[in-house]
Design a binder for this molecule. Structure first.
Ligand SMILES: Nc1nc2c(c(=O)[nH]1)N[C@H]1C(S)=C(S)[C@@H](COP(=O)(O)O)O[C@H]1N2
Ligand SMILES: [Mo]
Length: 299
């Protein structure tokens, strides 16, 4: 596997002292420790993860119902063992990859990321997982591939929510290949060093921290490399409200509400809304991906 930057930074590495330094100093300090590359602004500042209870009881996973508590109540019905992911399309080694075999080959690390839902609430989640690029390398991306399409399991017997045509099931998402290969993009398999709960997308789900949460598709059964932008669930439903890119952007409002600020889950009844950050705080890491694009057009 190609050697790439690995983030060994955990929340225990963020010393109180580091919180008083400005970002550049923190970055320099991390570089000095050999942790080149990313310390997200969020991590360098006051990124405090939400609690296990918050992260696992307030969810969006429409296959189990559209209420925030429905996934926690219903997702225990999802059978996650055995599990396999079909990787096909423009790859050298198409096939069905067993979850256990994938895990045996991947390096699991902790990533503390902001999660910003398009509905304007947010959390901080200490994920465990591996870089999506490493999984794609297993299958071998062929030249000509430009996009990656993902599909969630569709199991009417286990998923009470799929009776309702809120979405054209199965839930589908997609990324441009360079977004999928970006070191910030992970496949999460755990939270707080425990296996990822069903309601959060067991046994493996995408996490793209600079995009609205709906891009971070859960319980993946298929990954297809294509040369065309794939259809994606929310975009199919309301193309004028949910774009393919869905980058977090405080300056581009949803047609029905502002995206300039967000409500932090767990903040309490009287907590202030927080300003939403460009690319959810990951601007330094990802802005280059969109250099020549009009983000109001490609929202
Ligand atoms: N398959 C599937 N994936 C999904 C969703 C869904 O309904 N079905 N909801 C998305 C939305 S809108 C958000 S905000 C995040 C929420 O992730 P969390 O429940 O782990 O916080 O999952 C995303 N992934
Ligand atoms: Mo969301």
């Amino acid at each position: 596997m190609a050697h790439r930057w690995k983030n060994d930074l955990t929340r225990d590495d963020i010393t109180p002292e580091a919180l008083f330094l400005n970002r550049r100093q923190v970055m320099a300090g991390l570089a000095g420790l050999g942790l080149a590359g990313l310390s997200t602004r969020a991590e360098a500042e006051t990124l405090k993860p939400n609690t296990w209870d918050e992260i696992t009881s307030y969810n969006n996973y429409y296959e189990f119902g559209t209420g925030k508590g429905d996934p926690a109540a219903n997702a225990h019905r999802l059978t996650t063992e055995p599990w396999s992911v079909t990787i096909d399309g423009l790859v050298e080694r198409p096939g069905e990859y067993q979850f256990d075999e994938i895990m045996a080959k991947m390096t699991i690390e902790e990533r503390i990321y902001r999660l910003r839902c398009v509905e304007a609430w947010s959390m901080v989640v200490p994920w465990n997982g591996f870089e999506l690029a490493d999984l794609l390398a297993l299958a071998g991306v062929r030249s000509g591939a430009k996009y990656v399409a993902f599909e969630t399991a569709y199991r009417p017997e286990e998923m009470p929510g799929v009776r309702f045509p809120v979405i054209d099931w199965p839930y589908r998402e997609g990324l441009r290949l360079d977004e999928a290969m970006h070191p910030l993009t992970i496949m999460a398999t755990g939270i707080y060093d425990r296996p990822i709960p069903n309601q959060n997308g067991a046994p493996l789900r995408v996490v793209v921290p600079w995009k609205y949460g709906f891009k971070s598709i859960k319980s993946i059964v298929r990954i297809t490399l294509t040369d065309k932008e794939p259809p994606t669930s929310w975009n199919m439903l309301q193309p004028n409200e949910y774009g393919f890119y869905a980058n977090v952007n405080p300056k581009v409002d949803h047609p029905r509400w502002s995206q300039a600020s967000e409500r932090k889950i767990g903040g309490g009844l009287f907590s202030q809304r927080e300003p939403t950050l460009m690319f959810n705080g990951y601007e330094d890491e990802v802005a280059a991906l969109y250099e020549d694009m009009d983000l109001t057009k490609f929202f």
